[in-house]
Ligand binder design. Structure first.
Ligand code: AMP
Length: 382
């Protein structure tokens, strides 16, 4: 199977080649033909499977046949980072098509977005809240919309965006085609599908389990020794680029500062940073000038850096799905990745659940020579 089989327009095939894709991934093989036939799709696929291109390529193909300067496709994304990255994928894959896209999200002024929307774009990639703002203000025109993509629907549901999505759907004259992608299918998303999609084709790539190219290990450790263990591991492991997950924004900031003090090229990514600083952190990580990014789950959504060699869970994620999402950042399309997770005694139930979806026991490791016996600092109360 090759990209030529899809009968994509030569200008799109040129974009695929420029990105160096040679063979379509399974989700692309299964979704591109029905999407090109105009079918609605439920894509059950985790990140790292190539799902973005699975919808971007047929969307580009569709829009090539439409008049320019009108929004023909809208993609709803849970986070600004994912919106930016999807936009980048569209720009890269569609470079030779002349189709224009814009990412629309909150936390930045509306004026510039309005100017770009007025200047004429064909694709909008938007976070739900800001898209609603534009719809209610009348600063976006979706009356010519032909394709609606709801990306990472389960994550949007986790983040409480479902009411916004329903409101957006109410504002739309029924789009011709709706594509919904989700790593899992909780009941609320199932209902949304029933109400919104018309006779959809379901495409499922694996179960909601992490990619097979990732190797997993657990490091049992006491909470107060996590930073020391992290520093020791980073010293001893050959790492290309490392994504460290913490449970809170405060901890992401603190751990990044501690790594910097230990002379690692590290930075943080979390919701307390301005949009400018978040973008700078992502850019530095992508270009390799920063090797270690310490992030919270929500901030790290959609991080798409092909060479992430290690994901380190400084804190255990909150659910097996969150584990899958985190781990999806490494081991992308045929690349090998390592997922190292620090566990305390409080995490044992979740460890069991993760082992259940992996259908394997995860190796427990202790770091030779590391002093696990250091006592916790005594807290002094005034
Ligand atoms: P996604 O699941 O959309 O986040 O894609 C994961 C990564 O795989 C991205 O970096 C894509 O650029 C890359 N990718 C997507 N399709 C292919 C393909 N057919 N061959 C190689 N890499 C791909």
């Amino acid at each position: 199977m090759s990209f030529e089989n899809f009968n994509l327009h030569p200008s799109i095939v040129a974009g695929v080649r420029a990105l160096g894709y040679t063979t379509p991934t399974p989700i692309q093989v299964q979704s591109i033909p029905p999407i090109m036939q105009g079918r609605d799709i439920i894509g059950l696929a985790q990140t790292g499977t190539g799902k973005t291109a699975a919808f971007v390529l047929p969307v580009l193909q569709h829009l090539l046949q439409l008049p320019r300067g009108r929004i023909g496709a809208a993609i709803i994304s849970p986070t600004r980072e994912l919106a930016e990255q999807t936009c980048e994928a569209i720009d890269e894959l569609g470079k030779k098509t002349g189709l224009r896209s814009i990412a629309v999200y909150g936390g930045v002024g509306m004026d510039q977005q309005i100017r770009r929307l007025r200047s004429g774009v064909e694709i909008v990639v938007a976070c739900p809240g800001r898209l609603l703002d534009h719809l209610w203000k009348g600063t976006i025109n979706l009356s010519n919309l032909e394709v609606l993509v709801i990306d990472e629907a389960d994550r949007m549901f986790d983040m409480g965006f479902l009411p916004d999505i329903k409101n957006i759907l109410k504002c739309l004259i029924k789009p011709r085609q709706t594509l919904l992608f989700s790593a899992t299918m909780p009941n609320d998303i199932r209902r949304l599908v029933q109400d919104t999609l018309h006779n959809p084709v379901t495409v499922q790539i694996g179960r909601s389990a992490p990619a097979a190219t990732v190797s997993h290990a657990l490091y049992p450790v006491k909470q107060h020794l996590k930073t020391a263990l992290l520093i020791e591991l980073l010293h001893r492991h050959e790492t290309e680029s490392v994504l460290v997950f913490t449970r809170t924004k405060h901890r992401a900031e603190k751990v990044a500062q501690q790594l910097k003090k230990a002379r690692f090229r590290a930075t943080s990514l979390h919701g307390n940073l301005t949009q400018g600083r978040r973008q700078a952190a992502l850019d530095d990580f992508r270009t390799g000038s920063v090797k270690i990014l310490v992030a919270t789950d929500i901030a790290a959504r959609g991080i798409d850096v092909l060479s992430i060699s290690h994901v380190i869970n400084y804190d255990m994620p909150e659910s097996t799905d969150a584990y899958t999402h985190r781990i999806g950042r490494t081991g992308r399309v045929d690349k090998k990745g390592d997922a190292l997770t620090f566990v305390t005694s409080a995490d044992s139930a979740l460890v069991q659940d993760i082992e259940h979806i992996l259908k394997a026991t995860i190796e427990r490791r202790t770091l030779k020579g590391f002093d696990y016996a250091v006592a916790a600092p005594v807290k002094l109360y005034a």
